[in-house]
Design a protein around this ligand. Structure first.
Ligand code: MN
Length: 458
């Protein structure tokens, strides 16, 4: 049994260019790309005529089976990776939280135990570092040894995640020493806390006030400080979910001065805007950072096209509608939205088909760049012989609508309900095996592997 699949006659996006032709897999890897590859000795032929053939997406920022210490999502790794598979996401990078009293290694072990036997696609982990006693900074070395060479930190969210500037600087210094990338959720905690308290004092706690509690300036100031402290320590910083154009511009300016900072954004900040807080379903869009005025989305698209934003992650978070409406007050509503299954059709429709980014740019920011930045390239993130056969066959001719009924999440809603999309996912392969066909999950729980990653040379 050769386990060969031939994807025929698609528009294939490769590093050497986009061309009409074929991709052949053998076992878990890509064997060949070219025109009119031989059809003999092939186990399955997938007709991709009129379709795009893309490398499987690498989502650098997801929260499957999340426990914040305050709220817990209702999904598990089976549910989350099934959604990923059906969204064309063949690699998810999730987080392992260091809960009070845990070492970094225990945080990872906890997460491996949760994933065990459930993941349908490959996964890696970033560790949320919440405790770094003075004198023990070298414990960060553990992350390199265990193939999870990032530290995720938060400049806000008391009491569970918040890290003050002194600790942040110590993390940056240790990270620089050990070659660790520091991922930062950047919002100025004092500004967010004060804005929230003012709204509460004025009795303005309904969901429509959510965005007012987290001003754009809070994100921009924190990004500015993060770049400054990273430079001081000689560290590399990756600022997650830039939600304003100004945030990315501050980081781009820092890069021009030689500071090693990277910008990520998410589909929701590109496609949705803060008018939704005044709409019928504000609960669908409670997330941090909040949605911004429409003009910010336009700025982010142009910064994505010009290269100032390197990656698009979803920040996927599968809270249920019941959890979202449990209090109808923004300070006590869990923040986060599902996104794994909708990111490709949305980014294709509102990015590529709308003429805002090229198809090649979509592949870069949703697959190649995350694979490179997080130490998995060229095994992941590209279509070349020898790479993992993680592939998506996307039919751009199809016209449809996002609808919760077709999703594999447990939340019972999507903030994109009813939005039109151009194109649909026909087939997804994960290491040479079909995991989704026409919206139906056909993969195996437990086949997904932990990716031990290394940033040396990246
Ligand atoms: Mn997140």
């Amino acid at each position: 049994m050769s386990d060969r699949i031939l994807i025929r006659n698609g528009l294939v996006v490769t590093p050497a260019g986009t061309f009409r032709g074929d991709v052949m897999t053998h076992g878990e890897e890509i064997l060949a790309i070219g025109e009119a590859l031989p059809m003999s000795q092939v186990d399955e032929v997938i007709d991709a005529d009129g379709c795009l053939v893309l490398p499987g997406l690498v989502d650098p920022h997801v929260h499957i089976q999340l426990d914040t210490g305050i709220y817990q999502t209702k999904d598990d790794w089976g549910v989350g990776t099934r959604a990923a598979a059906c969204g064309g996401v063949t690699t998810v990078l999730d987080f392992a939280t260091q809960f009070p009293g845990q070492t970094l290694e225990q945080a990872l072990e906890n997460r491996w135990n949760e994933v065990d036997g459930k993941a349908a696609v490959d996964y890696g982990l970033h560790v949320m570092v919440t405790d770094l006693p003075a004198g023990e900074e070298d414990e960060l070395r553990t992350l390199v040894r265990l193939g999870a060479p990032e530290a995720k930190v938060y400049t806000t969210y008391r009491p569970n995640y918040y890290m003050d500037d002194d600790r942040l600087l110590r993390v940056f210094k240790a990270a620089a020493k050990h070659g660790i990338l520091v991922m930062v959720h950047a919002e100025n905690d004092a500004m967010v806390s004060a804005a929230t308290e003012r709204l509460i004092a004025a009795g303005k706690t309904s969901l429509r006030y959510h965005a007012q509690a987290r001003p754009m300036l809070a994100e921009q100031e924190a990004a500015h400080r993060v770049a400054f402290l990273a430079a001081e320590a000689g560290a590399r910083a990756y600022v997650v979910h830039n939600s304003t154009g100004g945030t990315t511009e501050i980081l781009a300016e820092a890069r021009r001065k030689g500071i090693n900072v990277i910008s990520e954004t998410c589909p929701q900040y590109l496609i949705l805007d803060d008018s939704l807080y005044e709409g019928e379903h504000p609960e669908w869009v409670i997330l941090q950072p909040p949605l911004r005025p429409r003009r910010e989305g336009a700025k982010l698209w142009s910064l994505l096209a010009s290269g100032e934003i390197s990656t698009v992650g979803t920040d996927h978070c599968d809270y249920t509608l019941e959890q979202k409406v449990s209090t109808m007050k923004f300070p006590s509503t869990p923040g986060g939205i599902p996104g794994l299954e909708t990111s490709l059709p949305l980014m294709y429709t509102y990015g590529v088909a709308a003429g805002r980014i090229s198809l090649e740019r979509l592949v870069e920011v949703m697959s190649t760049n995350p694979a490179r930045i997080f130490g998995m390239f060229p095994r992941k993130g590209t279509i070349i012989p020898g790479s993992d056969a993680d592939l998506v066959v996307y039919d751009p001719r199809h016209k449809g609508q996002i609808s919760v009924g077709r999703l594999h999440t447990v939340g019972g809603y999507t903030p994109y309900e009813g939005m039109g999309v151009q194109g649909t996912i026909r087939v997804v392969l994960s290491r040479g095996k079909p995991v989704c066909r026409d919206g139906e999950f056909v993969g195996d729980a437990g086949r997904g592997r932990y990716l031990e990653r290394s940033l040396s040379g990246s």
